[in-house]
Design a protein around this ligand. Structure first.
Ligand code: SF4
Length: 303
């Protein structure tokens, strides 16, 4: 029985993952998001009783022997993993153990303003940060951050980090009905995202019981909002969605791919049979290609 290790869990975007939970006993987070799956809690800016690096890596060594086939080791917490004070040392130790596996961290991005956190994050193969809103008002309503957190500084920190990070930076936006689900919200996000220049955006909505009374948007709404995001590969995260595939003409497919690369998952969900054949023709003619970003396949136009 492990205390700090959980999984393996299968994820379409990252493969088979073994989780490392840096705060298994209590929620410790500098956000109190309306949509959090954990019970609401007062925000904190430091982690109480952090486990030692050795306690975690001893368990991880045993877990890696038990589950040799995992693809990724995911560092997370019952809350925010960058509050862990020995993150850089931990990441370095895991890098020494992980062989060909990827090291991923899921963070709300609040501490990306801190140079020592940026240095720790440089040790990871994939850094996934949240960005739900591009305006301080919306951010305050939705993510309810600790008073030490400032959205504009966070965005500056993300830009700075993206400029030096050589591996894959993924941003995640979670959409909540009547909060961050308007075209204007997404036009503002698009501007910021294009300044940050992440490798990929994951766009999703609530799909589990949340800490506070908030509602998801429909899968169709996600698809409509996603059209406002340009240039950056984007995946619409769908767990229980049922959609009707649509027909896209050759011109429409070219326009879509020019706007930004489209994920294989989205093509599978949204394109009807004829549209998929048109896309295949573009690939066969060398006018489009597939690329992989942080484990997700995208279709990209080449002209
Ligand atoms: S950042 Fe994550 S853990 Fe923290 S409150 Fe938000 S959803 Fe919950």
């Amino acid at each position: 029985m492990f205390k700090f290790i959980f999984g393996p869990v299968s994820s379409r975007r990252f493969g088979l993952s073994l989780g490392v939970d840096l705060s298994p006993d209590i929620k410790q987070c500098n956000f109190d998001c309306l949509y959090c799956e954990l019970k609401g809690a007062k925000t904190v800016d430091t982690m109480q009783n952090p486990p030692s690096v050795k306690e975690i890596t001893d368990e991880l060594k045993t877990a890696l022997k038990k589950y040799p086939d995992i693809d990724v080791i995911t560092v997370t917490a019952n809350g925010e993993p960058t509050l862990y004070p020995y993150l850089k040392e931990l990441a370095r130790e895991i890098n020494g153990l992980k062989c060909d596996k990827k090291l991923l961290i899921l963070s709300n991005g609040a501490l990306i303003t801190d140079k020592s956190v940026q240095e720790a994050l440089l040790e990871f193969d994939i850094v996934k940060l949240s960005l739900d809103a591009a305006t301080p008002q919306l951010f305050k309503k939705l993510d309810r951050a600790h008073k030490s957190v400032d959205l504009e500084r966070m965005i500056e920190g993300m830009k700075e980090f993206s400029g030096v990070f050589k591996n894959e930076l993924v941003l995640e936006t979670l959409v909540v009905k009547d909060l961050n689900d308007t075209r204007d919200d997404f036009l503002a996000l698009n501007r910021v995202i294009n300044e940050i220049k992440p490798s990929r955006i994951d766009l999703g909505t609530i799909d589990r019981p949340s800490a506070y009374r908030v509602l998801p948007v429909s899968f169709e709404t996600l698809e409509i909002l996603s059209r406002e995001i340009e240039n950056v590969p984007l995946v619409i995260v769908k767990r229980k969605a049922i959609v009707s595939p649509k027909e896209f003409s050759l011109d429409e497919i070219i326009q879509l791919l020019r706007r930004r690369p489209q994920s294989a998952e989205d093509i599978e969900a949204f394109f009807d049979k004829e549209s998929k054949e048109r896309l295949k023709k573009l690939l066969d003619e060398g006018r489009a290609e597939t690329v992989s970003v942080a484990g997700v396949v995208f279709y990209k136009i080449l002209q």
